[in-house]
Ligand binder design. Structure first.
Ligand SMILES: [Ca+2]
Ligand SMILES: [Ca+2]
Length: 246
């Protein structure tokens, strides 16, 4: 009777051990949101259409068709040499404040899909335009969608608040810039329509992305400890069984 009870308690102990083991070994990943900023120097120069990187997937379409006219990691310059009467390529003006950028070379729609919906969204846009004292300022439209892909908001953004450079007569051109900043309902998708903007430099894309961390204790050491404990306990039980039998 006593032997049976001891065998039973040994079995119970093993069962408890295996239950605790599976609980402890299961890599319990913890998701934490961190603010990620793409400055567009992270990857080699390449089309952004269908590119996925650091929790964001890019899509670029011109007239509804996937296009390679939006490029990651581009330094946009404007050659002012001829105007200045100098040899070609000797006077280059940077069109963006922090090159390189994501550059669009055709009027199109840039869509950003976030792996983890983001409650923060920020980016810079710059465009070279013909400039007059009363110019029709370029605009872009941005529509934000929630996790269910329902529209949260749609707004038109004017590129006139953060002018980067003005070139008066005879050039009559300006580089207009704008920092877009959003904070609110988490955004799964952002659709940015550059159809009326011409070539743009898109930069400093900031959003929340998930980072996964696995907490301590380390599974290997826990496994070792528990296996040792279980074996030790079983040996003790067996010895006791032999003792009571004799
Ligand atoms: Ca940049
Ligand atoms: Ca695409």
């Amino acid at each position: 009777m006593a032997t049976l009870r001891k065998t039973f308690s040994a079995l119970t102990f093993s069962t408890i051990c295996s239950v605790s083991l599976s609980t402890l070994i299961a890599p319990e990943s913890v998701q934490a949101a961190t603010l990620t900023k793409l400055t567009f120097d992270e990857l080699p120069t390449q089309p952004v259409d269908d590119l996925s990187f650091k929790g964001v997937t890019f899509d670029f379409k011109v007239d509804g068709i996937d296009s390679t006219a939006a490029t990651y990691n581009v330094v946009r310059t404007w050659d002012l040499s001829e105007i200045a009467g100098r040899p070609p390529g000797s006077l280059l003006y940077n069109l963006d404040l922090s090159p390189p950028v994501l550059a669009t070379d055709a009027p199109g729609i840039l869509t950003l899909d976030f792996t983890m919906p983001t409650a923060e969204l920020m980016f810079d846009v710059a465009s070279l335009v013909n400039y007059s004292p009363f110019p029709p300022m370029p605009t872009f439209t941005i529509e934000l969608f929630n996790e269910a892909l329902s529209s949260i908001s749609i707004q038109q953004v004017l590129l006139d608040e953060d002018i980067i450079g003005i070139f008066p007569s005879p050039i009559r051109a300006a580089v207009l810039g704008k920092t877009f900043a959003y904070s609110g309902t988490s955004v799964k998708r952002a659709v940015i329509d550059f159809s009326n903007t011409g070539s743009v430099g898109f930069d400093n894309l900031t959003y929340q992305a998930a980072t996964q961390t696995t907490p301590v204790p380390e599974p290997a050491s826990v496994l070792g400890l528990l296996t040792f404990g279980a074996l030790g306990a079983t040996k003790v039980m067996k010895r006791k069984q032999i003792n009571s039998a004799s």
